[in-house]
Design a protein around this ligand. Structure first.
Ligand SMILES: [Zn+2]
Length: 393
């Protein structure tokens, strides 16, 4: 005999190719009814002890036993329990699961259409409604999604922080933290996002064609982003040098870059009856996006790390705009994968990511240029010129 639990907490008894649903119990035994009561008009009854360890009696069935039914039931339960927080469509999950089974079990599990329909219904029932805005996210978060939640401000401007114990311990022991975020949210330390932001600006100003067709324009854009490789203290001087030779059409791009990343904006104000310039600091100070020190120290540039994580997480989620519930499940899943990587590392096994850490020729070029600038071998003009050819958007 075998007892199968479904994810709703119900139980089924499987015995010699027949399945039974749980009914009332007496002082000494548990009563079960054949689950074909409806379709086969079968009135068969089984009884077990109260601890569900042994079948005490079974009455006759109106239909033949199905030896694959137990396996099929298990497959169905596996499908249902795999639905919550899963990636891919419900149909894919059903098909993937069934494909692993022998033909007899596939047949016993039911038709694909019925399974898909039931799966979709189950998933709808199990997943909370998708909030229309941040203020619609339930307070508190449903239990199912709180497993790794460590902070919730429970207000309309919702902030949710997820972390695992192990993840926090790793952060605690690390001497470098790489931060990432979407650009619209403000803070980011990623050079990767600087180049992305420059590229978006080129697009929004309709300069893509000019960029594609004019190598001088491309080189100049490379020099703009290349400012990130100058020591922080020299970034303003670098910007001054670039402003001396702006290619036609890029004036407003340079102005945007200068006000957002380097010098900020100036505006005229009246003070003591005289016109004066007042400076507003750039939204992103050079120290935030600078990579000179990390390049010199031979540390992995943040863009690589963040880019890698972004790509990996994107693949894990499988959509560009996942539901908040899927996203939370994926954050949990991502943490679990990192834990596995850390364990492999502790055992001395190299992860595939580490193998790729060997410095590329491109990284060596950047390092060499930074060194040549530091020793005075290259002037700021020569440095920017060279680095402009080494950065691609
Ligand atoms: Zn029966």
């Amino acid at each position: 005999m075998e007892i199968i639990k479904n994810n709703k907490g119900g139980q089924k008894l499987c015995y010699k190719g027949y399945c039974y649903t749980k009914k009332a119990k007496s002082a000494v035994s548990q009563r079960w009814e054949c689950d074909q009561r409806g379709s086969q008009k079968c009135r068969a009854i089984a009884t077990t002890d109260l601890e569900l360890t042994v079948v005490k009696s079974v009455t006759e069935h109106t239909h033949a036993a199905d030896m694959f039914k137990v396996s099929a039931l298990k497959v169905r339960e596996e499908i249902w329990s795999g639905l919550s927080g899963s990636r891919g469509t419900t149909g894919q999950i059903v098909v993937d699961k069934l494909a692993q089974q022998p033909a007899e079990i596939r047949v016993a599990a039911g038709t694909l259409e019925t399974l898909k329909r039931t799966a979709r219904k189950r998933k709808r029932e199990d997943t909370p409604a998708e909030p229309k805005s941040a203020s619609d996210i339930p307070i508190p978060l449903p239990e199912e999604y709180r497993k790794t939640l460590i902070f919730d401000n429970e207000s309309a401007a919702r902030i949710l922080i997820f972390a695992s114990e192990d993840g926090l311990r790793l952060l605690d022991n690390a001497d470098t933290w790489f931060l990432d975020g979407t650009h619209s949210s403000g803070m980011t330390g990623c050079f990767y996002h600087l180049t992305q932001s420059t590229w978006r600006r080129i697009q929004s100003e309709g300069l893509q064609r000019l960029y594609r067709e004019d190598s001088i324009v491309r080189h100049f854009c490379g020099m703009l982003d290349g400012l990130a490789f100058l020591p922080v203290a020299d970034v303003k001087e670098g910007m001054r040098v670039l402003q001396e030779s702006i290619p036609d059409g890029l004036e407003s791009l340079v102005e945007y870059f200068d006000s957002t990343y380097v010098n900020g904006t100036y505006r005229m104000v009246m003070s003591d009856n005289r016109m004066k310039f007042r400076r507003t600091a750039p939204r992103f100070q050079p120290a935030v996006w600078n990579v000179h020190d990390s390049t010199m120290a031979g540390r992995e540039r943040t863009n690589n790390v963040c880019e890698g994580w972004n790509n990996g997480f994107g693949k894990l989620v499988g959509h560009k705009n996942p539901s908040i519930w899927t996203a939370i499940k994926c954050i949990e899943g991502d943490a679990a994968m990192v834990e596995a990587d850390v364990m492999r590392h502790a055992r001395g096994q190299q992860s595939s990511k580490q193998k790729r850490k060997i410095r590329t020729a491109h990284q060596i070029t950047l390092l060499t240029l930074c060194q040549q600038y530091s020793t005075g071998e290259k002037t700021i003009r020569e440095f920017l010129k060279a680095i402009g050819y080494s950065i691609r958007l």
